[in-house]
Design a protein around this ligand. Structure first.
Ligand SMILES: [Zn+2]
Length: 300
């Protein structure tokens, strides 16, 4: 069965009229239920992540300052969020969602989180709507518990996975793969194990050709036993922050290729949702919903 992490707190941590689009965390599960892609049984509600699991990835000093709401103004500004206890609570529930999704993926082949993909969180700082790094925390958990030996992070959000790259810079057991808009935030990029900067406006055919070549080559050479997929839909042409030119159908083919490849190679995959900032919320929901629809079609 497709297990999907979701909690009501995913949708309600910010003051009304904050510019970050929070509605998708509520509308996406509703859409998936409404259309019959999933039933209530597919969802599980994560608890907050343990502190031991947080500080196995993040600097304990940073975590304590975050938890006690002691970040300074500049640090808070960089996160893009007004800092609050509820926001931190939401973040550690999302972290646990990805960790548990990873464990479900080992059992069922695939599992997902209706949030996460917080790839701009570094070991000791947050930025770009990310406070803690869910994929890094879950990957470190799988390694620490000796559940997995070689983990591939496939980050297809339009923004480079700079935090993930920093966290795993000296960790050969984790291969970080990031395909992103060359001219998109972050302006200063970290070094992933494989970075694929893309030109502005690249469309479906060009994008998919590169993805097929590059991802296949990484899987063949690195031979991962687990994959984390950051499935941000800010690659769409309609995205307000992204600079690429994908259609909703192209984005669906992207997800289809990733999930088919994982399935074909028998590599468990946990998907974190990532970004999506199209003008019309319907486009965001449709593109994200495709990832979950495809998981059902391909695996169950
Ligand atoms: Zn993004």
């Amino acid at each position: 069965m497709l297990k999907i992490a979701w909690s009501p707190v995913y949708a309600h941590p910010l003051p009304e009229n904050h510019r970050f689009p929070m509605q998708k965390y509520e509308l996406l599960p509703q859409q998936l239920l409404y259309e019959g892609t999933v039933s209530e049984n597919n969802f599980f509600r994560p608890e907050p992540l343990s502190e031991a699991d947080i500080i196995a990835t993040h600097d304990p000093v940073y975590w304590n300052r975050l938890k006690n709401l002691e970040l300074d103004k500049a640090e808070i500004r960089r996160t893009g969020f007004p800092l609050s206890a509820l926001l931190v609570e939401r973040e550690i529930i999302i972290m646990q969602g990805t960790l548990q999704a990873a464990l479900f993926a080992l059992e069922h082949g695939v599992a997902m989180n209706i949030a996460g993909g917080t790839h701009h969180a570094f070991s000791n700082k947050g930025e770009g709507f990310c406070l803690l790094n869910d994929i890094a925390i879950a990957a470190n958990y799988l390694l620490r518990k000796e559940i997995c030996r070689k983990i591939l992070v496939v980050d297809l959000d339009v923004h480079q996975g700079n935090g993930t790259a920093e966290i795993f810079r000296h960790q050969p057991a984790v291969f970080t793969f990031s395909m992103h808009g060359e001219k998109n935030y972050p302006m200063h990029k970290e070094k992933s194990d494989r970075d694929i900067p893309l030109p502005d406006g690249i469309t479906d055919a060009g994008y998919l050709k590169i993805l097929r070549q590059e991802l296949s080559s990484v899987i063949d050479t690195f031979e991962p036993d687990f994959i984390f997929f950051q499935s941000g839909v800010d690659v769409l042409a309609s995205d307000k922050l992204g600079r690429l030119g994908l259609s909703i159908e192209g984005c669906k083919q992207r997800d289809s290729f990733v999930l088919q490849t994982c399935s074909l190679h028998n590599i468990p995959v946990a998907a974190s949702m990532g970004g999506g900032y199209s003008e019309k919320i319907a486009n965001i929901i449709e593109a994200h919903a495709n990832t979950y629809r495809l998981a059902q079609e391909i695996y169950f």
